[in-house]
Ligand binder design. Sequence first.
Ligand code: AMP
Ligand code: TRP
Length: 331
Amino acid sequence: MKRIVSGIKPTGSLTLGNYIGAIKQFVKLQKARENDEFFLFIADLHAITTRQIPHELRKRTLDIAAMYLACGLDKERTTLFIQSEIPQHAELGYILQSNVYMGELERMTQYKDKLESNDVSISSSLFTYPALMAADIILYDADYVPVGDDQKQHLELTRDIANRFNHYYSDFFTVPEPLIPEVGARIMDLQNPEKKMSKSENNPKGYITLFDDEKTITRKIKSAKTDSLGIIKYDPLEQKGLANLINIFASISDISINQIVDKYKNSDYKTFKEDLAKTLVDVLIPIQLKYQEIINSNELNEILDKGRSIASDYAFKKMRKCKRKIGLGRK
Ligand code: AMP
Ligand code: TRP
């Protein structure tokens, strides 16, 4: 039996990028790996590395939990929980800060991008974020971590931290492996295909959220930036915008990029976009209906209580051993 662990930050609305790069992967893995265990959490401690409005943060945390379930996660086989409800994440995160170097944290692209954005108020927790992320993962001895491409670097650092700890204190943490989808690991902004699709982006035309209605989805796909070549082929260098749309189409309908190109090679962009929008609507609208059912039920709280109890049990035992190993406290 393997354990699979992943998380999503409750900042902004969930985007199609989150769905394709992370949630859909998770659901797929769950179907394929019947004997494995799945831990999934909402990373609210990560969210507060940038300023959040308290009532919005709480609402989004529950929204994401409900959305995970609406996207097809098997509630019987998932330990779904909220990161801040398990204090051992922060405790281990602090310990791991002593096992990671400034230079390593300074090399993280996500942090460097933030520095370049000239934001004057970068919190120190944003800088040490990868130590907390490593804690989220190795606290549960995760074997695999399904994430989008943007988290690859953080996963590599997690492995380094786990190895370093194991080397100094003797084997203790499982060293996790990232699982990054072959197609759809990096969904790009619809207006600027040089940038990844992100919920913190200012221009809403660039991203589709899982809450967008039919009209909005269709409009955003219609206005997605392409090129003036007018030929449907997969060329991520010369036709970045179109390649991104082909990627989205392939991922959402579970067919290969070649099959999409084959089907549309004699079509124009307009027809291609109309079909893509329709496919997206057919996938997203049922998810939204399911989400409405879940968010308005009591079940969500019950699932989160159960998740907290299972995660907490594991985390408590692991941290007790961990502190003993390090020499903290009285044994
Ligand atoms: P975040 O919303 O930053 O917490 O990301 C949650 C998960 O979604 C992570 O596994 C990310 O790698 C994934 N993700 C976020 N944006 C994208 C994107 N544009 N394309 C693919 N995966 C993404
Ligand atoms: N850092 C991830 C992101 O921004 C979210 C996250 C936090 C995560 N802890 C994690 C993902 C542990 C996987 C495993 O997307």
